[in-house]
Design a protein around this ligand. Structure first.
Ligand code: FAD
Length: 468
């Protein structure tokens, strides 16, 4: 039996990053992945392929809608969906190879097969051909991630009623795509097909898009997505979805209790993700999941109730985000090495890669109100920003929330071009507990989108934005 210091189950951003950090710390490390390729949800059917399609569809949209104004004539652009999907697959394969390279470079042993507990220190790896072997780990890290949530009254057939995984490899552009759930994944994939010409209808239980983010963001994003021709059924509870051959019929109840019926040719179900532990045989290690299917861990160590077994990423509590999983992967390796790492969960940014992009960190206005924290708010619109006007990306704003007494920045919410990259400045500022005035007094290159951050901080600190 092969013996390791650290055995990691799952090769997503949590698992493979944890493997690299464990190897860097001198541990003999193994990683187990049931699929033939490494990288998990994020690389294979999540972050990366969705961003590849978002980029391609954005290029197409701009070719149709903005090139002419920029003075570029190219005739009538046409979508080659097969090529678009093939390019996306190429990006994924490229990165799969990159992760495999990193495993070899760091002398991490990879096992391809389903990992299941055989005891608290032993894992059985069952390969695709049915053969199996048992390996042991002084420490075991569960990084098995998540799968799309399904509901019994929405029968996902993966043909017409699909999840995000199928939406990343469609062979035709839907005429009418019904998206159940206008959260992050629904908003992103709905945008892809709306840009490619589909009519898109969002059906959402909450009263806004991206309902877990600051309310202003949802309102502004809805305005932007509506410009793509999308329609919204907000505050609607879906009661059924039926594949009728070439048509899908979705029924939902609105806030007045009235039933509406929406007909389309595809229905994309994006109602969230559930922690994934199928086949893991947790009970053989003395573990179980909680009522939401998650593995419970100690807040300070991410160790489960069984000494030497840890869990990270989507399979534990907290935001289901790749960078959160990565931080936890590094954290656990360092805990095993006896170090004292720290993760500031308040400063894990959340991003929606629509156009305009949305990015947030820290507290929302609603959270501050609920917590009774007195705050000041400062906003700056992109339409007043030279850089945004030059590129014709004038939708959106930066909203800064600062403590009313100390001026410390408590939350930053951005919707606008390049918000995903801009949020890093807010994370750094907040990690060092900067005041709005600190950021407002720093020089920001002109003309850049980041000037909107400076201006919003000026507005928050003392209502003295320069350009609005
Ligand atoms: C469409 C989409 C877009 C997304 N976009 C973003 C984004 O832009 N930014 C972002 O931060 N997050 C995004 N996410 C979320 C992100 O993908 C997840 O938060 C992240 O992948 C979680 O990482 P993880 O390591 O916990 O698990 P995963 O990435 O889910 O990896 C778990 C791995 O474990 C393997 N596994 C499971 N059980 C076993 C077993 N018993 N034996 C062996 N292997 C096993 C699985 O096959 C999988 O490869 C997106 C998700 C989706 C679906």
């Amino acid at each position: 039996m092969q013996e390791f210091d650290v055995v990691i189950i799952g090769s997503g951003p949590g698992g493979y990053v944890s493997a690299i950090r464990s190897a860097q710390l001198g541990f003999k490390t193994a990683i187990i992945e049931k699929y033939a390729v490494l990288g998990g949800t994020c690389l294979n059917v999540g972050c990366i392929p969705s961003k590849a399609l978002l980029d391609s569809s954005e290029h197409y949209y701009n070719a149709v809608h903005t090139f002419q104004e920029h003075g570029i004539s190219i005739g009538k652009p046409k979508v080659d969906l097969e090529q678009m999907i093939a390019r996306k697959s190429g990006v994924v394969s490229n990165l799969n190879a990159g992760v495999s390279y990193l495993m070899k470079k760091n002398k991490i042993t990879s096992f391809n097969g389903l990992g299941s507990f055989d005891g608290p220190k032993t894992i059985k790896v069952t390969k695709a051909d049915g053969s199996s072997e048992i390996i042991s780990g002084k420490n075991i890290i569960i990084a098995t991630g998540s799968k799309p949530t399904v509901l019994p009254f929405i029968p996902v057939d993966k043909k017409r009623i699909i999840t995000s995984t199928e939406a990343l490899k469609l062979t035709e552009i839907p005429k009418h795509l019904i998206v159940i759930g206008a959260g992050v994944i629904g908003a992103e994939l709905g945008s892809v097909y709306a840009r490619l010409g589909s009519k898109v209808s969002f059906v959402e239980f909450a009263d806004s898009m991206i309902p877990t983010m600051d309310k202003t963001m949802g309102k502004e994003l809805q305005k932007a997505v509506a410009k793509l021709g999308a329609e919204f059924y907000l505050s609607h509870k879906v009661s059924s979805a039926e594949n009728k051959g070439k048509e899908v019929v979705v029924k939902a109840t609105n806030a007045n209790g009235e039933e509406v019926e929406i007909k389309g040719d595809y229905c994309l179900v994006c109602i969230g993700r559930r922690p994934y532990t199928d086949g893991l045989k947790l009970e053989a290690a003395g573990l179980a999941t909680d009522e939401r299917g998650r593995i419970a861990v100690d807040e300070h160590t991410l160790q489960t109730k069984v000494p030497g077994i840890y869990a990270i990423g989507d399979v534990v509590r907290g935001a289901m985000l790749a960078h959160k999983a990565e931080e936890e992967g590094v954290f656990v390796a360092e805990i095993i090495a006896g170090q004292k790492p720290h993760i500031n969960y308040n400063l894990i940014p959340g991003v929606v890669y629509t156009w305009p992009e949305v990015a947030s960190v820290g507290k929302t206005e609603q959270e501050l109100k609920t917590a009774g924290i007195a705050y000041k708010e400062g906003s700056f619109p992109f339409k007043a920003l030279g850089r945004a006007i030059a590129s014709m990306d004038v939708d959106g704003l930066v909203k800064v929330l600062a403590d009313a007494h100390t001026d410390e920045i408590l939350g930053v919410h951005i919707i606008g071009a390049r918000a995903a990259d801009m949020i890093a400045e807010a994370v750094v500022a907040m990690e060092y507990r900067a005041s709005a005035e600190d950021v407002a007094r720093m020089s920001h290159a002109h003309p850049t989108y980041t000037e909107a951050m400076k201006e919003a901080c000026l507005a928050a600190t003392s209502k003295r934005a320069i350009h609005s």
